[in-house]
Design a protein around this ligand. Structure first.
Ligand code: FAD
Length: 502
């Protein structure tokens, strides 16, 4: 029996956010003696969107050793403290999904349970009033978290909004400095080995051949390796997440203020994002093509900008779903080639990041273990399903009266996993985070309550606490948090103050 071939050459195909994130991480982490080559085609280009993130992105940047000031300046990045949802629950309604926790638990009773009881009795404010990130969002202010748990600022949590093409460029420089070899060219063929059907090489137009033992498919929606060459299979989730197109356009910043959050506004046949960066604002209208024409979707987008468009809007087509096997044979799909959930909770870049982490934890050094591959796929599937359920919640729990889309998603059968969560929460506000679930309890609670899923009752343990004392301490918490938020610098001032010199 011959020994399995050692893995000495890793080939990444695709130079979008997924490709360069993978290249930068591999360059930092893989053992000496393993080469990394990235093939990309300028002619094909990248998807050109993907600007908002969630807090774990900071761990990725820290792993690479990126300096935050330098990163923000090179990517025209801004701080994101959460998402404001406008008109989602019903027209005229607004709520926020802030990062960071709400209030404090008392004697083992969850904060939101006590809040539910006091609020029902008219003795508590809306729940955002007890979250320092939500208060800073409303004030347009920001200050970084501190480690001291005694400080209110320890409760700040944040992510970034950045220009994705600048981020890819930044990571490219980082990866190339650490030895990643970039090859410009268009992959024309993907020959498979006789016998096991593993990818042998990618052949570029002009017959250049790039060989490897492990291939990362970062070719975006094309899924050139994982699907076109290997036929790993696709599972559609379009019956749950019915939006299948987006029109996107950058616009000029409306003024000097830069809001430290992403805004999502529901429309008749979808929703519109607004992502403020330092040099411009990113906008897009995600919609269901069965409910609105491309032209009308474009008109809606342009009619709801708060600055002049900087170019013509561009159209993107997609389908929500996932690759049946993200790791198949000697190929791992990362980014859009592995699946797509619409950008409502800014999770795609995070899914790339966690795919890279899983791959590093299971990186083979010789041969391919089916057990390790299956574990990768199992963990990937579980994470995609959890994020899918969270995104579906926003659609399903709506009371909007306009447009057929909103009626359909309200009435549709939802995944059993989400149904259980909703039933449990509707009773006494109970919620359990499963295993390594990405979104924390506070995120689910913000969206459940925001979307109008109000529990009928509360945890009976809350009845055992002194109500008058709780009402007083709630008011004190709010005042403390509001004071802390008011004392923060305005977000744009903080950015200017923290720009690198020169
Ligand atoms: P791409 O950017 O499409 O890159 C594909 C690469 O493959 C390119 O370099 C291309 O040249 C190369 N390639 C393809 N075919 C070949 C070939 N034959 N030969 C050589 N090279 C080839 N994510 C977030 O986290 N936050 C957001 O706010 C967000 N908003 C989004 C909005 C929309 C409407 C959409 C559609 C997506 C959004 N995403 C968002 C997702 C995000 O854009 C992607 O996850 C991210 O950009 C990664 O893309 P990618 O690298 O997988 O693919």
């Amino acid at each position: 029996m011959t020994a399995p071939a050692p893995i000495r050459r890793i080939v990444i195909v695709g130079g979008g956010t997924a490709g360069w994130m993978a290249a930068a991480a591999l360059a930092r982490l893989i053992p000496a003696g393993v080469s990394v080559t990235l093939v990309e085609s300028e002619e094909i280009g990248t998807v050109g969107v993907g600007e908002a993130t969630i807090p774990p992105i900071r761990n990725f940047n820290a792993l690479l050793g990126l300096d935050e000031r330098d990163f923000l300046s090179r990517t025209q990045g801004t701080i994101k403290l959460g998402i404001a949802f406008v008109d989602w629950t019903r027209e005229g309604h607004r709520y926020v999904h802030p990062f960071g926790e709400f209030g404090f638990d008392v004697e083992g009773v969850k904060f939101h349970q006590i809040w539910r009881k006091l609020h029902a009795e008219g003795r508590a404010r809306e729940i955002d009033a007890y979250n320092v990130c939500a208060l800073a969002m409303a004030a347009g202010r920001y200050q970084p978290p501190v480690a001291d748990p005694g400080s209110i600022l320890s409760r700040m949590a944040y992510a970034y909004q950045f220009d994705a093409s600048l981020y890819a460029k930044y990571l490219r420089a980082h990866a190339e400095r650490r030895g990643v070899v970039r090859v410009e060219g268009k992959v024309a063929q993907v020959p498979l080995r006789a016998g096991d059907g593993f990818i042998e090489a990618v052949v570029l137009e002009g017959d250049r051949r790039v060989e490897g033992e492990l291939f990362l498919d970062c070719t975006g929606f094309r899924a050139l390796l994982i699907e076109q060459a290997l036929g790993a299979g696709w599972e559609s989730w379009a019956h749950w997440l019915q939006c299948d197109r987006a029109v996107a356009v950058p616009s000029a910043s409306p003024g000097p203020e830069i809001t430290p959050f992403t805004r999502s506004t529901a429309h008749r046949a979808g929703w519109q994002w607004r992502i403020p960066l330092q040099h411009r604002v990113g906008n897009g209208h995600v919609y269901c093509s069965a409910d609105i024409s491309d032209d009308a979707a474009c008109e809606t987008l342009l009619a709801n900008l708060d600055g002049a468009p900087l170019r013509d809007p561009f159209l993107l087509r997609f389908e929500a779903g996932r690759r049946k096997r993200a790791w198949h044979r000697n190929c791992v799909a990362l980014g859009l080639s592995s699946g797509f959930l619409e950008p409502l909770e800014s999770t795609s870049i995070h899914l790339i990041q966690s795919g890279i982490h899983r791959l590093m934890a299971l990186l083979p050094d010789s041969g391919f273990s089916p057990v390790e591959r299956d574990e990768y796929n199992r963990l990937t599937d579980a994470q995609m399903e959890q994020v899918r359920d969270f995104v579906i919640l926003h659609y399903h729990a709506n009371e909007r009266q306009d447009g057929d889309l909103w009626r359909r998603v309200r009435e549709m059968a939802i995944p059993e996993t989400l149904r259980r969560k909703l039933d449990l929460f509707r009773g006494r506000g109970r919620f359990f985070r499963h295993e390594d679930e990405l979104f924390a309890e506070s995120s689910w609670i913000a969206v459940l309550l925001g979307q109008g899923v109000i529990p009928a009752g509360w945890d009976p343990l809350a009845d055992g606490l002194d109500e008058n004392k709780l009402a007083t301490s709630f008011e004190r918490i709010h005042e403390m948090f509001a004071r802390a938020a008011r004392a923060m610098p305005r977000h744009e001032e903080w950015l200017a103050r923290n720009a690198p010199a020169g």
